[in-house]
Design a protein around this ligand. Structure first.
Ligand SMILES: CC(C)(COP(=O)(O)OP(=O)(O)OC[C@H]1O[C@@H](n2cnc3c(N)ncnc32)[C@H](O)[C@@H]1OP(=O)(O)O)[C@@H](O)C(=O)NCCC(=O)NCCS
Length: 174
């Protein structure tokens, strides 16, 4: 099992990522695509808490730093937000704060899915994205995900209701 794709490597979040992580959390335009809660400025403490809690060894969830293979730059995070061991399902999420639109996101999702299927023994991986997040939808489709549904009016943002698309990918060869 390798954590390396053709463009990125997944590794543990480390102390050295703190400043970049903090900056990413304060990029409000991007946070609008990621969180279903209110989009609020983050403190250094908030970033530290994420570093502390979201390690690859966290109980139940596995979070990784996404590092650019070309120059070792920290691009963002990805990982499993929930795991259902009994039914062997997992849900993933990804947040690249930089280096977007150059295939890094799709590469990270592929590595994460390989890890889910080959290491965690999952049967199915799901992901959710807001209906206005076309980059994420395309990224998931490019990685083999199929849209399984649209949850209507799940997100209230900027004074309007938005849907959430649910995507799924079944383990290959099943
Ligand atoms: C979503 C995300 C992971 C995609 O990663 P990425 O590195 O930007 O995307 P990739 O370069 O791998 O491209 C994947 C596909 O999406 C397409 N794409 C990228 N930006 C797009 C946009 N704004 N609109 C439509 N398609 C877009 C690419 O063209 C590519 O498809 P193609 O190969 O057919 O041309 C990344 O943009 C990101 O982290 N965004 C901010 C946070 C976020 O939205 N997270 C997901 C929440 S569910």
């Amino acid at each position: 099992m390798t954590y390396t794709g053709s463009l990125v490597r997944l590794r543990a979040l480390e102390e050295k990522d703190l400043n970049d992580l903090w900056r990413h959390l304060n990029d409000m335009d991007t946070m609008r695509l990621v969180t279903d809660g209110p989009v609020l400025p983050a403190t250094a403490d908030d970033a530290e808490k994420i570093l502390r809690d979201q390690t690859s060894h966290s109980t139940g969830v596995y979070q990784f730093a996404v590092e650019d293979l070309e120059d070792g730059r920290f691009l963002g995070r990805c990982g499993f937000t929930s795991l259902d061991r009994k039914n062997r399902h997992g849900e993933i999420a990804i947040h690249l704060g930089e280096g977007r639109g150059r295939g890094r996101g799709a590469d990270a999702v592929r590595v994460l899915c390989r890890l889910g299927f080959e290491e965690l023994g999952l049967h199915k991986i799901t992901a959710r994205t807001f209906d206005f997040n076309h980059a994420c939808a395309r990224c998931l489709e490019k990685c083999g995900f199929t849209q399984e549904g649209l949850l209507r009016d799940e997100l209230y943002r900027d004074g309007a209701w938005h849907g959430v698309r649910v995507y799924g990918l079944i383990a290959p060869g099943v």
